[in-house]
Every structure is written in C-alpha cells, then in structure tokens.
Design a protein around this ligand. Sequence first.
Ligand SMILES: CC(C)(COP(=O)(O)OP(=O)(O)OC[C@H]1O[C@@H](n2cnc3c(N)ncnc32)[C@H](O)[C@@H]1OP(=O)(O)O)[C@@H](O)C(=O)NCCC(=O)NCCS
Length: 169
Amino acid sequence: MPEFHVRPLRSSDFDRVLWLERELFGAGAWTYGMLADELAALGRWYIVATVDEPGSIGPDPVIGYAGLWFDGDDAQVMTIGVARAFQRSGVGRLLLDELIAHARKLKANAVLLEVRVDNEPALAMYRRSGFEVLAVRKRYYQPENKDAYTMRLDLRSEPRAAADDGDAA
Ligand SMILES: CC(C)(COP(=O)(O)OP(=O)(O)OC[C@H]1O[C@@H](n2cnc3c(N)ncnc32)[C@H](O)[C@@H]1OP(=O)(O)O)[C@@H](O)C(=O)NCCC(=O)NCCS
C-alpha cells in the first residue's frame, strides 16, 4: 500500500494542481490566475496530499489538494480534489480531516461548504465527517446550471480536547 502525506501547498505545485483541476472539474477548472488570486487572498490555507509511489500519474507525487478560508468566525472549504487514479484510498478524508483540524486550531465556530447536489462521492465524504445540509442554493454552479447544497459542521459543540489536535502547518 502506498503511503500518503499532507504538507502546505507551494508555488512549485501550481502546474500539478492546475492539471488535477482540469482532470476533476473540466470546463469549471480554475485557471492559473484564479488559483494565484485565491492563494493570495486573506485567510486562505492550502495543502496538498503526496504519495510515496506516484505510479500511474507520472513522477510528481502531488495527488490531491484542498483549501480553507477563515473569515474570523467560520471556515469555508474552498476546494478539495483527489487524482482519479488515487480516489477511494482515503486521501480525500485525510485532506478533509486536516482542514477540519486547522479550523479547530483557528477556533472557527463551524466549517461551511457548497457541494453539487448530484456529487454523491463528495456528499458521502462530508456526511461521513459529520457535515449536515443547511440549505439548497439554486443554479449555484454555472454554466452547468446545477444546484448546490450548503453544508455545515458545527465545531462549537465538540469536546474541548478536539481543539488541541495537530495539523499540517
Ligand atoms: C470527493 C473526493 C475528494 C473524495 O476523495 P477520495 O480520496 O476518493 O475519498 P476517500 O477515499 O477518502 O473516501 C472518504 C469517504 O467518502 C465517501 N466516498 C468517496 N468516494 C465515494 C464514492 N465514489 N461513492 C460513495 N462514497 C464515496 C465514502 O464515505 C468514503 O469513506 P469510506 O471509504 O470509509 O467508505 C473525490 O471523489 C474527488 O476528488 N472528486 C472530484 C472533485 C470533487 O468533486 N470535489 C468536491 C467538490 S465539493
């Protein structure tokens, strides 16, 4: 079994992250400019997942990425993605756990996110981590014209000890 690790996203990861964006989101993928603007924005925290045996997707070990925005009250999952060849191996959960641990460290009240209503793998992952559906945002995803669920993980009701968990930073 390959081993997976998480570390902060570096500028040298840009090309690989953009390649993964296109693989996972097609026409909706972020461009170089969008990614650069996003990373330069206030309160962002981005990480990548690496594998010790890249194998099927070439020599670059970056096989997943995820990002969080903290506005001083709540944290928002900005993106999360795992290379198709490495999906269903626990990498998505590893990245999401790191985002949640970081949000706890920042003392966020909650973690929020949007997800397409028909994105079954992502919905299952978020539910499994305790997120609950708050509302539906009609036609949130363009140009696909697809609805989104807004989901929320309440961190305030969690045991105090959880706030002291470590994370990748
Ligand atoms: C969503 C995504 C990040 C999950 O990554 P992953 O590495 O495959 O997820 P994991 O292997 O860590 O699985 C975590 C949990 O998610 C759920 N899950 C993941 N893929 C699933 C699938 N295809 N069908 C059903 N449940 C799935 C399961 O509950 C799983 O837990 P389990 O393995 O104990 O059953 C990945 O499918 C992906 O990159 N999708 C494309 C990009 C995307 O849609 N991002 C989310 C935008 S909101």
